[in-house]
Write a new protein. Sequence first.
Length: 95
Amino acid sequence: MPKKSVATLSDPTTWVEKYGDTLFRLALLRLGNKATAEDLLQETFLAALRNRHTFTSAANERTWLVSILKHKLADYFRIKGQKRQIEWKQTGNQD
């Protein structure tokens, strides 16, 4: 099995300046809530920092960060959906 080629990332301290606005706009568009978009953006950068050793040359840096954000958004909506189901059942409005 061929070994993945590990690409070099830019300095993580520059990610917010380079990609922050683009990622924030994407999160805000999906969420419609500025505070939640900011939270998910922070989670995205933290996840990228923790997992930067997994970045490969198969994607560029921006694409990689957008992919992480999309996973964070999916997690957010999955958890939010589960909470709604629990709240719905607790109020006695069962299907």
